[in-house]
Design a protein around this ligand. Structure first.
Ligand code: HEC
Length: 346
């Protein structure tokens, strides 16, 4: 499709530009000018001839007068024409520089469409959005391929792209096709991703839980299983189970922030406070590493602050240097976090 549009664009471009390559056509003004110039030259030479002809003086004077009057008229008319274009190279194609420039820009656009402009499309949006946009753009092609080849790998590629693009219904449909095609009902990726979509429907949310649970049992090391199990539980109104699943997800993927919002929400709803270890994983591990040994920020294990509870509290609430402040961690949560930080000391 893309190539068809491009080919059409090229044809149209050529059609538009073709006339500019023709020889320049003289305008009305050009013809007028050359007529007048011809007449002027003729009059001048006739006037010159007159002076060498042997004519009676009166006769010559009369003719001269007539010619001079005509010459004056011609010169005046020439004067009144718009200034002549400088240069007389009318045999080159008209607007040659314009033609070259347009052709240059057009080929740049066409070549650029395939190469560097592609990445320009994604400028100004963050990485996640760019990836999502790319996935959305890929979807129609992947869908066509999946439905023509019916190859399980093609169906899976389409289902994955749809899932990554946030098109969960399309994705669930594709995973269902995949299960149909392979007759493999034990495909954890397909089960959990179909399941989490079905859990958003009133009719199938119960069955959905079974699908996602079976996916988690088959692939207990896959973090996504717990994340989707958490959502499926949430959609079924099982707060505590959802929280457990999200926490398990974060255990398996401590650097991911994907479940943090849900965890905080569920905790608030369940009146269940975060433990010091969870607070550390959530707020500190990204810079100091899961065990405080340092990552993008230095290790905290040998810091003098570790020995002083009050210093630690102030540090966490107010920040220091490149370390951000965490004013929202206070009260019991702050106590629990500080206890956990101090427990990290070897
Ligand atoms: C954005 C990265 C970042 C995060 C998140 C972060 N820190 Fe830090 N932290 C730093 C940096 C950088 C330093 C070094 C501070 C400096 O500039 O002197 C530091 C220093 C420290 C120190 C040593 C202070 C000292 O004076 O020796 C402790 C203890 C500490 N952080 C604890 C924490 C705790 C607890 C959390 C979570 C609530 C946390 N940090 C979150 C970046 C971070």
């Amino acid at each position: 499709m893309m190539y068809l549009i491009l080919a059409l664009a090229v044809v149209m471009l050529v059609a538009v530009l073709l006339p500019t390559s023709r020889k320049a056509v003289a305008t009305v003004e050009d013809t007028q000018r050359s007529d007048l110039q011809e007449e002027r030259d003729l009059l001048v030479s006739e006037l010159r001839d007159l002076s060498v002809q042997s004519l009676p003086d009166t006769e010559r004077e009369r003719t001269e007068l007539v010619f001079k009057a005509r010459l004056a008229r011609v010169l005046k008319a020439l004067d009144e024409l718009p200034p002549a274009p400088s240069g007389t190279a009318l045999s080159r194609p008209a607007h040659l520089p314009a033609l070259l420039l347009t052709l240059g820009c057009a080929s740049l656009m066409i070549v650029g469409g395939f190469t560097f402009f592609q990445s320009w499309r994604y400028k100004g949006i963050n990485e996640g959005e760019a990836k999502q946009l790319q996935n959305v753009l890929k979807l129609p092609a992947l869908q066509t391929r999946a439905s023509t080849t019916k190859n399980p790998e093609d169906i899976r590629a389409y289902a994955r792209a749809a899932f990554d693009a946030g098109k969960f219904q399309q994705s669930a449909q594709a995973y269902a096709d995949l299960l149909n095609q392979t007759k493999n009902t034990r495909d954890p990726e397909a089960l959990r991703r179909m399941g989490v979509y079905l859990s958003t429907t009133e009719q199938y949310k119960q069955q959905a839980l079974g699908l996602v649970q079976s996916a988690v049992e088959q692939d207990p090391k896959e973090a996504e299983g717990y994340l989707l199990l958490g959502y499926t539980h949430m959609n079924n109104g099982n707060g505590q189970e959802a929280l457990d699943a999200f926490l398990k997800f974060r255990d398996l993927k401590p650097m991911s922030l994907e479940a943090d919002e849900q965890i905080a929400e569920l905790r608030a709803a369940l009146g269940n406070n975060a433990t010091g270890a969870e607070l550390f994983a959530q707020n500190c591990a990204a810079c100091h590493g899961p065990e405080g040994k340092g990552k993008t920020a230095p290790s905290i294990l040998s810091s003098a602050a570790m020995n002083d509870t009050e210093t630690l509290k102030t540090l966490i609430q107010k920040g220091a240097g490149a370390m951000p402040a965490f004013p929202s961690i206070k009260g019991e949560a702050l106590e629990a976090l500080v206890k956990h930080v101090q427990s990290l000391k070897p």
